[in-house]
Design a binder for this molecule. Structure first.
Ligand SMILES: Cc1cc2nc3c(=O)[nH]c(=O)nc-3n(C[C@H](O)[C@H](O)[C@H](O)COP(=O)(O)O)c2cc1C
Length: 188
């Protein structure tokens, strides 16, 4: 059975660079061939700050936007979060999107691709991995930081990472595949 990988664009601000980085990740994921790949843009989900009265673990949602988001995440076997670093942290948009749901994340693996200045967003990546683990997501250690990422943005706005960056992404996909297959057993 094919495994579905959802690549989630974590930033939502106007003028963001997240989609360019995520497109590069998507291309590599399709070349890898181990997954059915879907790109999910948080900006399209239009999630307000948590506005559900019940704890998400109850999965008893009142709002159409939460139900839609729940369906999107329910349909995934693995994730790659593409995250910027804001003030050494993951963006509020992504933290909020994660906390809107609970059961839908459970027993699924995730990789993190972070981008930023010289740190490549590593601090955001680490914070995010901690949160993911608390949601019962297996946040694998094979994260992919993209330091000084703006140097790899072309005039057309496309992100063209180096060979080494692509190698890191391939390693991440390989590990995600193993975890995604194994964790299906727990979910069953
Ligand atoms: C509110 C804010 C905080 C930022 N903080 C950091 C930071 O801590 N580390 C870093 O490397 N870049 C930081 N940056 C620069 C971002 O790496 C850069 O703006 C990047 O394009 C943000 O991703 P986005 O375009 O997808 O929103 C920050 C940018 C913003 C808007």
């Amino acid at each position: 059975m094919t495994l579905t990988l959802k690549i989630i664009i974590g930033s939502t601000r106007p003028g963001r660079k997240g989609p360019a980085v995520a497109k590069w990740v998507e291309t590599l994921a399709r070349q890898h061939g181990g997954f059915t790949v879907e790109l999910v843009d948080l900006a399209d989900m239009e999630l307000p700050l948590l506005d559900e009265p019940k704890h998400p673990a109850m999965k008893d949602y009142q709002h159409a936007h939460t139900k839609r988001w729940s369906e999107v995440i329910e349909g995934a076997d693995a994730f790659v979060f593409v995250t910027p670093e804001y003030d050494f942290h993951a963006p509020a948009s992504l933290v909020n999107a994660l906390q809107c749901l609970s059961q839908e994340w459970r027993y699924k693996p995730a990789g993190v691709v972070s981008y930023g200045g010289i740190s490549g967003g590593l601090r955001a990546s680490q914070v995010l991995r901690g949160l993911l683990n608390n949601l019962n997501v297996m946040a694998i250690p094979q994260a992919v930081p993209l330091p000084l990422f703006t140097e790899y943005l072309g005039e057309d706005g496309a992100f063209n990472g180096t060979e080494k960056m692509a190698e890191g992404a391939t390693l991440m996909f390989n590990e995600l595949m193993k975890w995604a297959g194994a964790l299906q057993t727990i979910r069953a």
